[in-house]
Ligand binder design. Structure first.
Ligand code: PLP
Length: 430
């Protein structure tokens, strides 16, 4: 299988090279040259996340040196569970927060790390993984590459604009992980990373890659938990599973969309956003109009220009077909607060502010009479957002053991001006 750029002006690459490159040289995103088709029977005997993933990803690895390592990569990286938990009639939470940093991004980061480590081998020159993060990506990437020989991680995050626990997580790894708190916004951090990745002189001196939400290494493994959930649901209930997904850069949702296109028994896919409503406006019939993002309680979804939208256009070249294929609705901070306030009583569980957007979208559907089987993707553990949730419920949020262990470690970050020369100098000195 070869991988092509969504912009069509970069040479095709094999899987391993596309994983390592991140963004294509023409600024596009890598997509497979065709969408493989699988049948439900192809998954007979696959009952775990790792075995479902290995089956699902086999066509994507075909012809690449990493194909021989696929089972081992899946077993190593897709080890945290992704359970479907019933929370109401016909309603499940797909819990994606049981990895080391308590957000779904652990799956993609671990898969990318396991793949790159095998691709590069032990003797390669050290690769620097540069990430801009609005909170959860940086920690997941840090955890996945921490103490891996041959890799360094440099995280840029906007000082004061991630939750206190997110900030602690970013700085608590140490060793080969460097956390830089930037005097600026997330957009500034992203612009710095882009500039570094386009700096040929820098890259000649310092092998450099990124690990953001456009990486194929994240898209591919994220399909597997939707596949496992839909297959388990089909085996137990005989029906397709409809899925509501909290959406920012469209990375997580795109994995679900691709899994459905491959043939997994997924019904409707609903995209919930926070007050950043580029996608709802588009699906309501407007132009696709990226804009500056606004800050919300669901900060990991504060995105004004969803970077994976190009992949959606690739999968649905016909705009009318694209608009008809999905539902997308925005949920504002007041509604996020209300869902969180009532969630324990109504569903027997707390949800994070991101998950609350998708749960709210589903509540609206239920109010309109929808009685189908829905799963809501629960993208982070509520304990990561204690400063939002605790005042709303008037109680403490219980911290899962893996997160508690990270929060007990000392944490340290270095300040950085939102200035490319300063970043370059810092990178050369690491
Ligand atoms: C990153 C993130 C999202 C948004 O995911 P995208 O792939 O960018 O759409 C939602 N919830 C949480 C908790 C996240 O960390």
């Amino acid at each position: 299988m070869n991988y092509l750029s969504t912009r069509g002006a970069a040479p095709p690459l094999g899987l391993g090279a596309a994983l390592e490159a991140g963004l294509a040289t023409d600024g596009g995103l890598y997509v497979p040259e065709r969408v493989p088709r699988l049948r439900e029977e192809d998954f007979d005997g696959c009952a775990t996340l790792a075995t479902v993933a290995a089956r699902l990803l086999r066509p994507f690895f075909a012809g690449d040196a990493l194909a021989a390592e696929l089972d081992a990569i899946c077993a190593e990286a897709l080890d945290p569970p992704a359970p479907l938990r019933a929370i109401a009639a016909h309603t499940w939470l797909l819990e994606l927060f049981h990895g080391p940093t308590a957000a779904f991004k652990d799956f993609g980061a671990r898969f990318l790390a396991a793949s790159l480590a095998r691709r590069r081998g032990a003797d390669a020159a050290p690769l620097t993984v540069l990430v801009a993060t609005s909170g959860d990506t940086g920690a997941a990437v840090a955890a996945a590459f921490h103490r891996r020989r041959g890799f360094r991680v440099v995280i840029l995050y906007p000082d004061g604009r991630v939750s206190p626990r997110q900030a602690h997580q970013l700085g608590c790894f140490g060793d080969n992980v460097h956390a830089l708190r930037v005097a600026g916004s997330f957009d500034d951090c992203q612009a710095l990373v882009k500039r570094a990745l386009a700096d040929a002189d820098l890259k000649a001196a310092l092998p450099l890659t990124s690990a953001n939400s456009i990486s194929l290494g994240r898209l591919l493994p994220q399909m597997s938990y939707y596949a496992l959930a839909a297959l388990a649901h089909r085996r137990a209930q005989g029906t397709k599973l409809d899925i509501a997904i909290p959406t920012g850069n469209l990375g997580n949702a795109l994995a679900c969309i691709l899994a459905r296109a491959i043939g997994l028994p997924i019904g409707e896919i609903a995209l919930a956003t926070n007050a950043n409503r580029v996608l709802p406006d588009f699906f309501a019939g407007g132009e696709y109009a990226p804009r500056a993002s606004v800050s919300t309680l669901a900060n990991a979804m504060d995105v004004g220009a969803p970077s994976n939208f190009e992949r959606l256009r690739w999968l649905y070249p016909d705009e009318a077909a694209l608009r008809g294929a999905f539902r997308s609705e925005a949920v504002d901070d007041e509604e996020i607060r209300e869902v969180i306030r009532r969630s324990r009583e109504r569903y027997g569980t707390l949800v994070c502010p991101h998950t609350a957007t998708a749960l709210r979208l589903l509540e609206r559907l239920r109010a309109r009479g929808d009685s189908r089987d829905w799963a809501v993707a629960a993208t982070a553990h509520p304990a990561k957002f204690d400063e939002v949730i605790e005042p709303l419920i008037g109680a403490e949020v219980e911290v899962p053991p893996a997160l508690a262990a990270l929060l007990r470690r000392p944490s340290r970050s270095e300040p950085l001006a939102a200035d490319y020369a300063a970043l370059r100098e810092r990178l050369m000195a690491i």
